[in-house]
Write a protein that binds this ligand. Structure first.
Ligand code: HBI
Ligand code: FE
Length: 294
């Protein structure tokens, strides 16, 4: 991309300007091989750990280890199930087009895949994080409705300095949420589902707190992006998330919570509905992370 075009591209504000062709034929065999390594490793550990709605979605969309999914083919199945489609973008995009994509039932996925030396951590969401992590649950009507409602809340948030709060809601549900099932807590957050280490840590390590999802607690709780979570929020169902999103008048909350202190994921407050108080062992040593909360 020539420098001028790149600058114009990064300034793009409309979702149309951010949407790229996936150019699926241009993926190299090496890129397909990286997808396979990531998929095989993750699918194995998620079998007993991910919620059944996630595992169903992976299957229903025909997402396999064989190759990087072709969006045109995957969208034929996805659109039939919930009316959503996946569109290719070049990486993180500005909040305005991001929210308008979700409000139009388009999920933005990075079109690149990480390098083999970045298997376990990368800055920007790549196609493995976005498609393997986020897309399977878009086959679930209740979860898809939540994502749609989340997107529709975007404009008000942008116009009322509330993006920070929606980013936290995104972080503690869409990225790092857990859900209560008859046989225990299961993963649904894409940030966990696409992470080899965190898929184990989130459910197997005693360090983290599990708190019942509470909208105020989530909207007021800061987060950090470069290590496993100190606290996970647990929902009873995707329907309950959808109901919260559609019945809540967010703008007054932004005004109210802006005046109140940011809550910490390292603390437990007496108003918390505690499902499990963690040992804190994994993150006892965290110093600056505890202060640099978003
Ligand atoms: N862009 N591609 C992409 N993916 C995201 O998850 C994303 C984004 N831009 C903005 C953004 N998320 C956040 O502003 C929201 O989560 C609040
Ligand atoms: Fe993500």
């Amino acid at each position: 991309m020539t420098p001028g075009a790149e600058h114009a591209f990064l300034e793009a504000q409309t979702m149309e300007e951010c949407i790229l062709d996936q150019n699926w034929d241009q993926y190299t065999q090496e890129e397909h091989d990286i997808w396979k390594v990531l998929f095989d490793r993750q699918a194995k550990i998620l079998k007993p750990r991910a919620c059944e709605e996630y595992l169903y979605g992976l299957e229903a969309l025909g997402i396999t280890a064989d190759n990087i999914p072709n969006f045109d083919r995957m969208n034929e199945r996805l659109h039939k199930l919930t009316g959503w489609e996946v569109v290719a973008v070049q990486g993180l995009i500005p909040s305005k087009p991001f929210f308008s994509m979700l409000a139009n039932k388009k999920f933005p996925s990075g079109n690149f895949i990480r390098k083999k030396e970045e298997l376990d951590y990368l800055e920007e969401p790549d196609i493995f994080h976005d498609v393997f992590g986020h897309v399977p649950l878009l086959t679930n009507p209740a979860y898809a409705n939540y994502m749609h409602a989340y997107g529709k809340a975007g404009d008000d948030a942008i116009n009322n300095k509330g993006v920070k709060f929606l980013a936290r809601l995104n972080w503690y549900t869409i990225e790092f949420g857990l859900i209560k099932k008859d046989d225990g807590l299961k993963i649904y957050g894409a940030g966990i589902a696409s992470s080899f280490g965190e898929s184990k840590y989130a459910l197997d390590d005693p360090s983290s707190n599990y708190l019942q999802f509470d909208l105020e607690r989530v909207l007021r709780t800061g987060y950090y992006i470069d290590d496993f979570q100190a606290t996970y929020f647990v929902v009873d169902s995707f329907e309950s998330l959808f109901e919260e999103a559609v019945k809540t008048a967010f703008v007054p909350l932004y005004q109210d919570y802006r005046e109140k202190p940011t809550l910490s994921p390292f603390e437990i407050y007496e108003t918390d509905q505690v499902i499990r108080e963690g040992t804190g062992e994994y993150w006892a040593g965290f110093s600056d992370i505890k202060t640099k909360l978003k």
